[in-house]
Ligand binder design. Sequence first.
Ligand code: C2E
Ligand code: CA
Ligand code: CA
Length: 523
Amino acid sequence: MYAPHPRLRRRLGRLALASLLFVLPFLLLAPPLVWEARDDAQQRIEHGLVLTIRLLDHELDRAEQLARALHPLAGRPCDVETQLALRKQATSRLNVRSIELTADGKSYCSSLAGAVAASPAAPRYRQDGFTLRRGSELSPDVPFIEIHEGDGKRGVLVNIDGRYLGLLMGAERLTPQRAYIQANGVWVGPGFVAGGGAIPLAGSQHLKRASDKYPYHLFSSYDLPDWREVLLRKQRVISAMLLLLGAVLAGVGYWLLGRPRSPQSELRRALDGNEFEPFLQPLVRPGSTQWGGAEVLMRWRHPQAGLIPPDLFIPQAEASGVIVPMTAQMMARVARELSAAALPPGFHLGFNVSVAHFTQGDLYGECQSLLAAFPPGAVALTLELTERELLEATPAVEALFRRLRQLGVQVSLDDFGTGHSSLDYLNRLAVSGLKIDQSFVARIGANSLSGAIVDSVVELAGKLGLDTVAEGVETEQQAAYLGELGVTWLQGYLIAKPMPLADFVAGLARQQALSAPSATASS
Ligand code: C2E
Ligand code: CA
Ligand code: CA
């Protein structure tokens, strides 16, 4: 299965978060924007209806007043004088189409047609009537409204021109194509389309408002604005600003995530990125040049800073506890990469282990897995326990030491002689080796006291049956002296400097190739 490299994974994570930040302001604010635009649209239509009703009512009021004013004419004969009076009133008003006089609810005198013979078929007007008509006999396609003012016997009828009403209905921001008036079972809509029954309202949304003075309703239909229309057209400036804000947030987020973090999280990041590498420094028996073992020394291959020596990061790793998984990873990696190499029998393999590892994590299991990677007995695993920190010999720790020893794992005291109560350790814990610190080795031959310390440490080790490794051996003289003393292993620049694991394996192979012919020759 494909598993992306941790660094790539982190970068992808950063990118994902930045993308989220980029769209976040837009995602959060776009719905309210759309909602508001829709609400706005609806309110505009509603407001338009209310205003239009006000305008219409005002027109109807004026028509009613006119009818009332002309009431004295009602009942008069439809002579030239009366007709002229009616015509004068009708033509002087923009909205009035015609004025008629009625008797017993029937028209007998019209400003348009003059004297009308009251036929039994002619309509009878209601008292105080408001009637919406689809059209008249004269102009069947032009709707109009009749206002009738009468006292039961005589009355005045004012016809308001539908064309004028159409203008009014378009005036108040009502989408005029979508506004309808309905009264007495008749409706009139855009382009004077008129009918009875259900109004053919288009659009997804419908609104209805009634006049509270006259018996009619106004209807309007409209469509809610689409979110694309709102965000890309109506509110495009705000949309652009939201995206800009998102871009700024994304940039800041991306930068913040990529910033160097606390030493601990930086170590964790390096751990996930497999940036810690094992370097191996060979160990030889005194008098031999054949590498019989190695100490694993950690290096940090930092992506920016390059190869970092352990002194610069081990203390933080120990202080934060990250050293435990770091060491576990190191052991697993060495097991993986070294198990394929041909090792000399009983190869001494030393790891530096911090005291925290004896109380946290699964040191026993890790040693077990490491040993399982090699043929039985091929590797003598040694844990180097530094004296820098004090390991409290609790019953649990003592038990772990015993179990490790049963597993065949040796524990050796590193930097012996420089730190804490070494002799107490030796006493309580099942320690099987000592590493003579390089500061003592360095002064061999120069300072008699250091020489005496090395002498007595080796002597003590011999009496306790402990192995000794002298580290920091740089000269032939030191090597010869330590050899004579009976030190088990020598380690130092005289033999080789710590090197990458692959170099160590190559060096080992070279040595074996060189020694093989002589080995066959001597047998
Ligand atoms: P140490 O365990 O005492 O390791 C020996 C140090 O001496 C190594 O330094 C090694 O490179 C250096 N050395 C070896 N031969 C000579 C020599 O002939 N002359 C001189 N001058 N130096 C020599 P290095 O690799 O820098 O490691 C420093 C310390 O970092 C180690 O001291 C050890 O305490 C710690 N360390 C290294 N790797 C690990 C690790 O995996 N885990 C833990 N807990 N500590 C580690
Ligand atoms: Ca060591
Ligand atoms: Ca040391």
